[in-house]
Design a protein around this ligand. Structure first.
Ligand code: ZN
Length: 180
């Protein structure tokens, strides 16, 4: 009879432990913080409790923990470009914007190459060198932020996004053909 009680007690203990573990897992899942990929706007600090899109910038919300790319601000840009070795600068805007043929013309960064976001969405990153530091930019940092996230999700480790985009870059020294 005593052994019987011990077995029951042991079973009870196991059931309780498993339930607690399950409870802990559920609680952790409930704590996922969803954010839009940082673009330099005020919504960068907003935390959502469920997936969806950001009410302000309309970008897809992702688990905050999965955002691992870095950010450089327009005021740090010139210094950052000079100080970073093995840097590849990628303009993710359209060919027209890159060539300064679109209105408004925010300018193009010196030595940048053009790979539009539409190409990245088709997998264009496979030809990029994963050992390089890649600085991405667009006009308002929405497209470049999405591409930054896409690249880190595909194994790129050194990805940097220009926050705010070319529309807020006032340092004309970084431009290929300074716009007057
Ligand atoms: Zn947002």
């Amino acid at each position: 009879m005593k052994t019987h009680n011990k077995i029951i007690a042991l079973l009870f203990f196991f059931v309780l432990t498993f339930n607690l573990t399950g409870f802990a897992q559920k609680t952790t899942t409930g704590l996922i913080q969803y954010v839009c990929s940082p673009c330099g706007q005020s919504c960068d600090k907003e935390i959502y409790t469920a997936p969806g899109v950001c009410a302000k910038c309309n970008m897809k919300l992702v688990d905050k923990k999965t955002i691992v790319h870095k950010t450089v601000t327009p005021s740090e840009l010139s210094k950052y470009i000079k100080a970073t070795q093995n840097l590849l600068i990628v303009d993710v805007r359209t060919k027209e914007e890159f060539e300064g043929k679109a209105e408004p013309n925010f300018g193009t960064i010196k030595n940048a190459i053009n790979i539009p976001i539409s190409e990245f969405e088709k997998g264009a990153y496979s030809k990029l060198d994963k050992n390089k530091t890649i600085l991405l930019y667009c006009s308002h940092s929405h497209r470049s932020s999405v591409v930054s996230y896409l690249l880190t999700q595909n194994g790129f480790k050194n990805i940097v996004n220009l926050s705010g985009g070319m529309s807020v870059v006032t340092d004309r020294s970084v431009l290929k053909n300074p716009v007057k």
